[in-house]
Design a protein around this ligand. Structure first.
Ligand code: GLP
Length: 242
């Protein structure tokens, strides 16, 4: 694991955007794995700025998002599909048909999950997966459990996660209680992983991920055995690291 302590949120975002832009420059047909949440918003705006300056061209890129709430559609303002449109896709030249987010309204969940994995496989696998981390160590929506969920699946969200995400919804009652998420194997299969965290609230999760035991009760700890992972944190999130 390579751990980079950035000066602040802006510096963390810029460093992440540079890694992503570098990946796309090296391979125009790159397959990128995207994350949502508040953490990567700055990274996406840096990428938009780089696109506007002509530094990076997304016309050949395909993307797969980690997860989507179950039971809400792409037009719901709280859906991750809408988040991606607003923060990134609508401002760069990625082709809409090359962007993938699990369908939160899928009637046949099993088929949706299998189909999502198949699309990743047909695209050639993910070159670079961007990740955030939940306060409880979740990645994507892989919650602490007694096993590592393998592939894309339906998840019951932990109470922690529901309350952490309530800030994005009009009322806590509106926060979906389940989601479709790529599994730990889907994430670990990415050729490169970049995980971001900022703020003191993430310091414990970061320390446990980097220095704690590898255990499904702390899903992010599995990243210790990925051969190419870069963790970029601001000073606050990195504060408890040895
Ligand atoms: C959600 C997402 C995760 C994200 C996490 C942290 O649960 N499914 O992918 O990493 O939130 O979000 P934030 O960046 O807002 O702290």
């Amino acid at each position: 694991m390579e751990v980079v302590i950035a000066k602040d949120y802006k510096d963390m975002s810029r460093r992440a955007a540079i890694l992503i832009a570098g990946q796309v420059m090296g391979r125009q047909q790159s397959v990128l794995g995207f994350a949502t949440g508040s953490t990567p918003v700055g990274t996406y705006s840096e990428l938009v700025a780089m696109y506007r300056e002509g530094i990076v061209d997304f016309s050949g890129v395909s993307s797969f998002n980690l997860d989507e709430y179950y039971g809400i559609g792409p037009d719901n303002p709280c859906s991750y599909r809408r988040y991606m449109a607003e923060n990134l896709f609508d401002h760069i030249n990625i082709l809409a048909l090359n962007t993938h987010v699990p369908n939160g309204l899928a009637a046949d969940i099993e088929a949706e999950c299998r189909g999502y994995e198949e699309k990743i496989r047909l695209a050639g696998g993910i070159d670079l997966q961007l990740l955030g981390i939940g306060n409880n160590g979740h990645i994507g929506f892989n919650e602490p459990a007694d096993f590592f969920p393998a592939w894309t699946h339906l998840v019951d969200l932990a109470e922690d996660t529901i309350s952490a995400n309530a800030r994005f919804f009009a009322s806590p009652a509106e926060v979906p209680r389940s989601a479709i998420s790529m599994g730990i194997r889907s994430i670990m299969a990415a050729r490169r992983i970049v995980l971001l965290a900022n703020g003191a609230g993430k310091a414990k999760a970061i320390k446990n991920m980097v220095e704690g035991p590898i255990t499904p009760s702390n899903p992010a700890s599995i990243l210790q055995i990925h051969p190419k992972v870069t963790i970029i944190v601001d000073r606050e999130a990195g504060a408890h690291l040895a």
